[in-house]
Design a protein around this ligand. Structure first.
Ligand code: UT7
Length: 304
């Protein structure tokens, strides 16, 4: 399969919440949070909606891509504020588009990797030429701010990519592991419930497995990859994956220090930050690795 990345964009809420803010209401410290997670601050919506963020990131990605005609919109979100219509349809309307097929993909923190894969397959099948893929997440709406073990982890953000038919190779592996213990869930009307250490162990194991799996499928080795863009859940999870796979840490960008974990948006957010600051350059080969509730996991490799 092939895929070309035409552009990326992001929207992050204006309100910055540093770790010190939690010291006022919870038995926690900035030092604990930084040591155990690597997170220093996060963005939280104050007045912005999920659609505002999705729209902001989509407009930025479309502008960066040179405003191509869009055949499909695929949105990933684990934090939907509407049961229906799908976020992708509402986004299409907000963008003034009338015609592209629109759908949502629910794969929690792996959502962007899954949504991009859906886009790649539609493009490969000839059903679409250019696809807008958006991840928008408002974790703050589902977070229990009296639970110190979860509320420090999450943030709000949206990020998007425009992808099209091209001649650059694309490979992926997607999986879902059985989760009889319900390690990470949020029921309708409820807040996030998590077995932190269970998720931690799961994440390091499956991400390492899918990174190895996608490299094998693509016929590549670690040295062939310029950037490993990993889901930004916790710096210790990232370090665990890096050491288990033998990845050069210099090839692993970090955004969780500033933006914490906005679920499926972490990967495209990191991608967009890298494009903007010039780290991402044409010809580079990147590997995306996502993992999250479900328990979903997946990885993909393509060239910029
Ligand atoms: O996208 C996937 C989303 N989920 C995740 O990324 C979660 C992955 N897991 C983690 O990131 C880590 O497991 C946590 C950061 C959630 C927890 O770190 P940990 O090193 O595994 O700590 P722990 O759960 O073993 O807890 C150690 C202690 C406990 O106290 P006791 O029982 O030993 O007295 C916790 O109550 O740390 C306590 N604790 C805190 N202390 C200060 C938990 N949260 C906090 C906190 N501040 N915010």
């Amino acid at each position: 399969m092939t895929l070309t990345l035409l552009g990326t964009g992001r929207y992050v809420p204006k309100t910055i919440v540093p770790n010190a803010e939690f010291e006022k209401t919870l038995d926690t410290t900035d030092e604990w949070i930084v040591q155990r997670t690597g997170i220093r601050e996060r963005r939280i919506c104050k007045g912005e909606t999920l659609l505002d963020m999705a729209l902001g990131s989509a407009k930025a990605a479309l502008a960066n891509a040179g405003m191509p005609r869009i055949d499909a919109i695929i949105a990933a979100s684990a934090t939907q504020d509407y049961h229906f219509p799908p976020l992708a349809c509402r986004l299409g309307t907000a963008l003034g588009l009338n015609g592209p097929f629109c759908m949502d993909v629910g794969a929690t923190c792996s959502g962007f990797v899954y949504a991009l894969d859906v886009a790649a397959h539609y493009i490969h099948a000839g059903s679409a030429e250019t696809v807008l893929v958006v991840s928008a997440e408002m974790l703050s709406a589902l977070t229990d701010y009296t639970d110190r073990a979860t509320c420090i982890l999450f943030g709000d953000a949206a990020a998007a990519a425009v992808v099209a038919k091209g001649d650059k190779p694309y490979s992926s592996v997607l999986n879902c592991a059985a989760d009889p213990e319900e390690s990470l869930f949020c029921k309708s009307g409820g807040t996030v419930v998590m077995n932190g250490s269970g998720v931690y162990k799961f994440a390091v194991g499956v991400a390492s497995k899918s990174i190895g799996g996608v490299l094998e499928k693509a016929g590549l080795c670690m040295d062939d990859i310029d950037w490993f863009i990993l889901h930004q859940a916790n710096i210790r999870i990232i370090n665990g994956i890096v050491s288990r796979c033998g990845i050069d840490p210099a090839k692993v960008p970090i955004s969780l220090d500033q933006y914490a974990n906005p679920s499926s948006a972490t990967i495209p957010l990191t991608l967009d930050l890298m494009r903007e600051d010039g780290r991402l350059r044409p010809g580079q080969r990147i590997l995306l690795s996502g993992f999250g509730a479900g328990l979903t996991y997946g990885a993909s490799v393509f060239e910029v």
